[in-house]
Design a protein around this ligand. Structure first.
Ligand SMILES: Cc1ncc(COP(=O)(O)O)c(C=O)c1O
Ligand SMILES: N[C@@H](CCCC[NH3+])C(=O)O
Length: 420
């Protein structure tokens, strides 16, 4: 019998050793993606920088990997900032995002000396003005703008449209008020602009439209205020393969087109090309992770469907219930057997919507089989919850065929330790 191997390691062995449900990550695959970015973007184009969007997958070990690869990191909350601080992440290589950063979070970021804060709105700008004055510390900022473009992805992960909770719309002049305020302040160092149009995007066209709109803003900011944009941050969002009909595109598919458009648009307006920054998250870690489960109850409703339930579900992977996300699964201990039946993989939560895969073709399935769900490296561990008081799974990292535990399985005690 042939078991399914991931990153060169037998997944049934991993399931037995660490128990299930279990997140398994491949460090080699993460490093492959990072190397592709280095070769085809960072080394190919001068004056560029990459910040890993840590919301996709963040643990202390992941922060260490990003640190040792000398990439920057994007954090979006006090908690993500705290996590990267635990591994002494160089502050100048941190970008702090968020549409409602609290005063406490901003203070923490300024005290630590983060390299850039991406300012989302005028309220945040006023908070920053006060805090920087109080600490007598200057902070570099970029304004997040909504460039007014759609993106071909699920509605809940689109962020570039005008009607968005993120960023300052380009259409109503608020952005010029923001620029004027920032330029007046002694403590705010305005570097440029940021946009992020959404996530799991496979086509470059909407990015290009967004770039055109934001370079137009750069030209307008120069005309009105003499402001020279030093940095243009175009976010992340590059798609990965979850199911057979999808294909992850090489990073150069996006970045070559971005660089060409930025050069051209800047030329048209007589602007110098600013530093170009990207913030990929999912593209780096998504396919580098799988989740292992044990099949428990199998329920056949004759003529309707077969439900095969696993020992995890929406608590470790909320994406199917949030975005109708689709996943591919493999019965790991029967990897060499031909599929002969179709089952529905259900989670163990008290929710009818807790279905991981609606139609999965499997060989004859039995309780005790190990299911591997693929491409769970992004937004699974990071969005996991304790609904139904289900503990979060452990995380194992594999490098060069050797497995190591990087996050312990949560215990029942862990879950109630703050309860009085
Ligand atoms: C500002 C910002 N940058 C980068 C990302 C990373 O997105 P992705 O994981 O799709 O690359 C996100 C999340 O969508 C984001 O909100
Ligand atoms: N959580 C989303 C991505 C959101 C990215 C943050 N703007 C997902 O799982 O697809």
């Amino acid at each position: 019998m042939t078991n399914f191997k991931f990153a060169g390691v037998d997944t049934v062995y991993l399931a037995n050793k660490y128990k299930t449900p279990l997140y398994v990550m491949s460090e080699n695959m993460i490093l492959d993606r990072i190397n592709e970015i280095k070769t085809n973007f960072l080394e190919k184009y001068e004056n560029t920088e990459v910040f890993y969007a840590s919301k996709a997958f963040l643990t202390k070990e992941m922060a260490r990997i990003i640190k040792s690869e000398k990439l920057g990191i994007d954090v979006v909350s006090g908690g993500e900032l705290y996590t990267v601080m635990q591994v002494d992440f160089p502050p100048e290589k941190i970008i702090f995002h968020g549409n409602n950063k609290t005063e406490e979070e901003l203070e923490k970021a300024i005290k630590y000396g983060v390299g850039r804060i991406i300012v989302d709105n005028l309220y945040e700008l006023s908070l920053l003005n006060n805090i920087t004055q109080r600490y007598n510390k200057k902070i570099n900022v970029l304004f997040r703008v909504t460039p007014g473009v759609d993106s071909n992805t699920h509605k809940y992960i689109q962020t570039g449209q005008i009607d968005s909770k993120f960023g300052i719309p380009l259409s109503q002049g608020i952005i010029f008020e923001a620029i004027e305020n920032a330029l007046k302040s002694t403590y705010i160092g305005l570097l440029g602009f940021h946009f992020h149009i959404g996530s799991q995007i496979f086509d470059k066209e909407n990015y290009i439209k967004a770039i055109k709109n934001v370079v137009n803003l750069m030209a307008e900011a120069k005309n009105r205020f003499g402001f020279i944009t030093k940095e243009l941050n175009i976010g992340g969002g590059y798609g990965i393969k979850y199911i057979d009909k999808e294909e992850r595109k090489p990073i150069s598919y996006y970045t070559d087109a971005f660089m060409e458009e930025i050069e051209e648009s800047c030329n048209d307006y007589g602007l110098e090309r600013p530093k170009v920054i990207i913030e990929p998250g999912r593209w780096i870690v998504g396919e580098a992770g799988i989740t292992l489960y044990t099949i428990g109850a199998i329920k056949e409703i004759p003529g309707v469907r077969i439900y095969a339930s696993v020992d995890g579900g929406m608590t470790d992977n909320p994406r199917p219930s949030l975005y109708q996300a689709e996943y591919k699964g493999i019965i790991a201990n029967k990897a060499d057997k031909e599929p002969s039946e179709t089952v529905t993989i259900a989670g163990k939560c008290c929710e009818s919507g807790d279905i991981l895969i609606w139609n999965l073709k499997v060989p004859p399935i039995e309780s005790g089989d190990i299911l591997a769900v693929l491409s769970t490296g992004a937004y699974n561990y990071s969005m996991a919850s304790n609904y139904n008081k289900i503990p979060k799974p452990a995380v194992v990292m594999i490098k060069d065929g050797v497995d190591r535990l990087i996050v312990k399985r949560e215990s029942y005690e862990d879950m109630i330790k703050n309860e009085l």
